[in-house]
Design a protein around this ligand. Structure first.
Ligand SMILES: Nc1nc2c(ncn2[C@@H]2O[C@H](COP(=O)(O)OP(=O)(O)O)[C@@H](O)[C@H]2O)c(=O)[nH]1
Ligand SMILES: [Mg+2]
Length: 463
C-alpha cells in the first residue's frame, strides 16, 4: 500500500558536490520536523512563517551546526506535492547534504523513494498521471524537441481530450446497461446511430494519437537512420564518423558487420539513432545471411535510409546497387545515396558518377574515412528530420500511453463490430467499458499500486 501519512525527505539535487544542494521535506509533519533542525536568528519558527517565504538560518543537529542555509516554506495544498513542504537550500557538500537528511530522519522523517514526491503530487490531485510522467521526461530531455513534447504533456497535453472521450464512453456504457433492466419493454436509451458515430469519432481521435507515436518515439529515442549498402561500401566507417567515435569494427574484409550496431548522437538539436547494418549481398554464408535478414528488418524501422556506395565501383555497379536498395524501401522512406570513398577518385570522375546517380536518388559525395562531406550530410539529415511545427498538441511519446491507446482502439473496434452485427448490449457495453478503462489508465483515473510503482521507480530520488 502507498502510505501518504509519513513525512518524506531526500536530496533533490544531483548526487555529488555542487555550489548549492536542495533537501526537500514533504508531509504533514514537515514544518514541525524542520523546526527541530532549523533555527532563524529571529527565533521565529518555520511553522509560524507564512507560505511562500524563504528564511536564512542555521541547521543544527545534536548540538552541532551543520550549515547556514535557506529554508523555503510551502503549505498544503499550494506546494508541488500538495502537502506542507520545506526545501532547505544548503551548501553543496555531500557531507552537509547527507547530514541534513540524517538530521531530518532522526527527527521522524522517512527517506523518500524514487519519484515519491511526484507520486504524492499525483495522489494528492496536483497533476494527473500523464503529467507526472511528463516531469520525468522533462528532467530527461536533452534536445529541444524532447523538451517541447514533455512540456506540452506537463501542461495537460492530450489529458483533457482523453478525459472527455472516456466520459462519453462511460455515459453510453451505462445507458446500454440500463437498457438491460428494461429488457422486456424493448426500450432504446442509447441511440445506436449516435453511439456508432461516437465510437467512430473516438476511434479516429485515438488513431491520431497512436499514429503520432512514431514521431514521439523518434523524439525520445532518436530518429532512426539506417545505414545500408553492399559490404565494404564504408557503412561502419560512416557510423563511426557520424558518432565521432570508433563504435563499429571497420575492416577491408567483406561481411565484417554481421549484426546491427546502433548508437545515438545529437546533430543540430535533433537526436538521431544511427543503425549500422550488415552489408547486403547474395551468396553470403549462413551467419552473414542472418545479419542480412536483420538489415532488412532494420530498414523497416528506419525513418531515413542512407545508402552507402563505394565510389570506386563502375557506374553500372553503382546504379544497380542503389536501385536494389531503393526497390527494397519501395519509395516509402526518404533516402540519401552516399558516394563514399571520394578521396580515392579524381573530381571529374566523381562528378560524372554523381550525375548518374542523382536522377535516382538525392546523392551526396563523402569520404567517411577522411571525414569530408560530413557537414553537408548532417545538415541534410537535420533538415529531413524536421519536426512538424504544430507539435504542440497530442504527440504521444510515452510507450505506456501508446499501449493503452492501442488496447482502447482494439476494444472500440470490437464494440463497433458488435454494433453492426447487432450483438447484445451487455457485450457492447463490456467493450466500451474496456476502452474507457484503457483511456483512464493514461491519466490515472484508473491506476493500481503496481502501475504507480512501475512508473515512479524510474524517477530519481528527490523528484
Ligand atoms: N579510402 C577510403 N576508404 C574507406 C572509406 N570508407 C571506408 N573505407 C575503407 O573501406 C573498408 C570497408 O569499410 P567498412 O566501414 O568496414 O565497410 P562496411 O563493410 O560497409 O561496414 C575499410 O578498409 C575502410 O577503411 C573512405 O571514405 N575512403
Ligand atoms: Mg561494417
Amino acid at each position: 500500500m502507498i502510505d501518504l501519512t509519513s513525512t518524506i525527505a531526500a536530496i533533490s539535487t544531483p548526487p555529488g558536490t555542487g555550489g548549492i544542494a536542495v533537501v526537500r521535506l514533504s508531509g504533514a509533519q514537515a514544518l514541525p520536523i524542520a523546526d527541530q533542525v532549523f533555527t532563524s536568528p529571529s527565533g521565529k519558527r518555520l511553522s509560524e512563517q507564512k507560505a511562500g517565504t524563504v528564511h536564512l538560518g542555521s541547521v543544527t543537529h545534536n548540538g552541532e551546526t551543520i550549515d547556514e542555509a535557506l529554508a523555503s516554506v510551502f503549505r498544503a495544498p499550494a506546494s508541488y506535492t500538495g502537502e506542507d513542504t520545506v526545501e532547505i537550500s544548503c551548501h553543496g557538500s555531500t557531507y552537509i547534504q547527507q547530514k541534513i537528511v540524517q538530521a531530518l530522519i532522526d527527527r521522524g522523517a522517512q527517506l523518500a523513494q524514487p519519484g515519491e514526491f511526484t507520486m504524492r503530487a499525483f495522489l494528492n490531485g496536483k497533476v494527473d498521471l500523464a503529467q507526472a510522467e511528463a516531469v520525468g521526461d522533462l528532467i530527461a530531455s536533452g534536445t529541444r524537441a524532447m523538451h517541447r513534447v514533455a512540456m506540452q504533456q506537463l501542461r495537460g497535453g492530450y489529458s483533457g481530450e482523453i478525459k472527455a472521450l472516456r466520459e462519453k464512453l462511460l455515459h453510453f456504457a451505462s445507458m446500454l446497461e440500463l437498457e438491460l433492466d428494461f429488457a422486456d419493454e424493448d426500450v432504446e436509451l442509447a441511440n445506436r446511430n449516435e453511439l456508432s458515430a461516437l465510437l467512430k469519432d473516438i476511434l479516429h481521435a485515438t488513431a491520431k494519437l497512436t499514429d503520432s507515436f512514431a514521431v514521439g518515439n523518434a523524439i525520445k529515442k532518436g530518429v532512426p537512420v539506417v545505414i545500408a549498402g553492399s559490404p565494404n561500401a564504408g557503412k561502419s566507417t560512416l557510423l563511426n564518423a557520424l558518432l565521432n567515435e570508433e563504435r563499429a569494427l571497420v575492416s577491408s574484409e567483406a561481411g565484417t558487420t554481421r549484426d546491427a550496431i546502433e548508437d545515438c548522437v545529437t546533430l543540430g538539436g535533433v537526436l538521431f539513432r544511427f543503425i549500422d547494418t550488415a552489408g547486403i549481398r547474395s551468396g553470403a554464408g549462413h551467419v552473414e545471411q542472418l545479419g542480412i535478414d536483420r538489415s532488412y528488418q532494420k530498414l523497416e524501422q528506419a525513418q531515413i535510409v542512407l545508402v552507402a556506395l563505394d565510389a570506386t565501383l563502375n557506374a553500372t555497379e553503382l546504379q544497380s546497387s542503389l536501385l536494389a536498395l531503393l526497390q527494397r524501401i519501395d519509395g516509402k522512406k526518404p533516402a540519401i545515396a552516399l558516394l563514399n570513398k571520394a578521396d580515392l577518385l579524381g573530381s571529374s570522375e566523381l562528378a560524372e558518377k554523381e550525375n548518374i546517380l542523382q536522377p535516382l536518388c538525392r546523392t551526396l559525395t563523402i569520404s567517411a574515412k577522411a571525414r569530408t562531406g560530413m557537414a553537408a550530410l548532417e545538415e541534410r539529415l537535420v533538415h529531413m528530420a524536421a519536426l512538424p511545427d504544430n507539435l504542440d498538441l497530442g504527440i504521444v511519446s510515452n510507450l505506456r500511453h501508446y499501449e493503452a491507446l492501442t488496447s482502447a482502439r482494439q476494444a472500440l473496434t470490437r464494440a463497433l463490430d458488435g454494433l453492426s452485427c447487432k450483438l447484445g448490449e451487455e457485450l457492447i457495453a463490456f467493450e466500451i467499458r474496456e476502452a474507457a478503462q484503457h483511456l483512464g489508465s493514461i491519466t490515472g483515473a484508473i491506476a493500481d499500486t503496481d502501475i504507480l510503482n512501475n512508473i515512479f521507480k524510474n524517477f530519481c530520488i528527490g523528484k
